[in-house]
Design a protein around this ligand. Structure first.
Ligand SMILES: [Fe+2]
Length: 399
């Protein structure tokens, strides 16, 4: 069997039957092709006029191809399904009109192959008498239409026009969808960039606020930044998910924000605080959480601020929470803050070294501190701590 890819030449037209004569008659304007399916309109769409006729009977191929040529289509023919498949890849037709019953591979096999490999080729199947069930199955499997043999001119051209229209709509739909997807992607990118800028602005604002607070309290330089980095280093060692890191960092940064509400006479008092003064001082977690309440993106940080003076054994304040009732971020912060307090210089004493801090914090694991946090803290080497502390840039270095 030879590949029959040529459109019929003039010499083949002598074989045409009465149907062919019908094809050469002037087109009847009352034909029942809806206006939307007008072939003239469809002819304007580039590359959509190639139709491949597949039939094992040469006469049928020639007749159908001639009918299609008469209607202004570019007709090609193939004698079997496998030859058709090779031709489809080569010619990229818009529509395949294939016989259902052929000696080797049949029309359903061809339909399946086309649906798998060419998603913009429409398939119309030609069925003989008594093959209606198979035709219905073909429609279910993605055929555009089916025609019953013998095929009449207007049936063929209407079916092809309908298949072309369907294909055109599918292509337009796909292009529209691609355009939409690209637009959504671009907008998502813009939004992410805007979010990033806003988030950066927020962070700088919060850092400025905390700098002012540290300055008022005459805190050692970049105390808050160091505590943030230490808190994050321990959180990372504990495997805290990346998504929770921002909240933990903000909680650690803002932990003492409530000291804004503590009077200078108490906050800056050089000597020991009396009981009434301690009572004032112990209000700062509550004040801090209240300052941050109502700011949606700071809610998780506010929970850490509220709980940053709680202790694992329940002896902390303001609520006396114990164990895992204390937010994890606050439990981690407590160890980071203790490390900073032990190792920083104070007006009345020099800061102690890391080994001392390790021993001291280790001693309070299970009482003041969450033992798991202490374990993670102790697993961080001296070299790692040097690197973490060196990263904590002073406030003056902030943009
Ligand atoms: Fe505090």
């Amino acid at each position: 069997m030879t590949l029959d890819s040529q459109t019929p030449g003039p010499q083949e037209q002598v074989e045409y039957s009465s149907t062919v004569r019908e094809a050469s008659r002037p087109r009847d304007p009352r034909r029942s092709v809806p206006a939307a399916l007008s072939l003239e309109g469809l002819a304007a769409v580039p590359g959509n006029r190639k139709v491949l006729v597949v039939d094992d009977e040469q006469d049928v191929r020639r007749v159908l191809a001639a009918l299609l040529l008469d209607e202004g289509f570019e007709a090609h023919t193939a004698p079997g399904a496998e030859e058709a498949l090779a031709l489809i890849a080569q010619l990229e037709p818009a529509v395949v009109v294939s016989d259902l019953k052929m000696p080797d591979r049949d029309g359903l096999w061809l339909l399946e192959q086309v649906r798998d490999r060419f998603d913009d080729v429409e398939v119309i199947l030609l069925t003989g008498y008594g093959q209606l069930e198979t035709a219905v199955q073909a429609l279910r499997e993605g055929a555009s239409d089916y025609l019953t043999k013998p095929v009449r001119l207007n049936q063929l051209s209407t079916a092809v026009a309908r298949a072309l229209l369907r294909r055109q709509l599918l292509l337009e739909n796909r292009a529209y969808q691609r355009g939409l997807e690209a637009m959504v992607q671009a907008k998502t990118k813009e939004l992410a960039a805007a979010y990033e800028r806003i988030s950066e602005t927020y962070n700088l604002t919060l850092e400025a606020l905390v700098t002012a607070l540290d300055a008022r309290e005459c805190e050692t330089s970049n105390h808050s930044q160091r505590v943030v980095r230490t808190t994050l280093a321990i959180a990372q060692r504990m495997g805290v998910p990346e998504a929770a890191m921002d909240d933990i960092a903000r909680g650690a940064l803002l932990h003492d924000i409530g000291k804004i509400g503590v009077p200078d006479g108490v906050l800056l008092k050089p000597g020991r605080l009396d009981e009434a003064e301690w009572e004032e001082m112990r209000k700062h977690p509550d004040i801090g959480a209240r300052i941050l309440s109502g700011i949606a993106f700071l809610e998780p940080a506010a929970a850490i601020v509220l709980a940053h003076q709680e202790r694992w054994d329940g002896s902390g304040y303001p609520k006396g929470l114990a164990g895992e009732a204390i937010p994890l971020g606050a439990r981690i912060f407590a160890v980071a803050d203790a490390l900073d307090a032990i190792t920083s210089d104070r007006p009345y004493r020099r800061g102690r070294d890391l080994a001392y801090a390790r021993a001291e914090i280790g001693r309070f694991g299970g009482t003041q501190f969450d033992p798991e946090v202490v374990e993670a803290f102790l697993s961080i080497s001296d070299e790692e701590w040097d690197a973490i502390r060196a990263e904590a840039a002073p406030y003056t270095a902030l943009p």
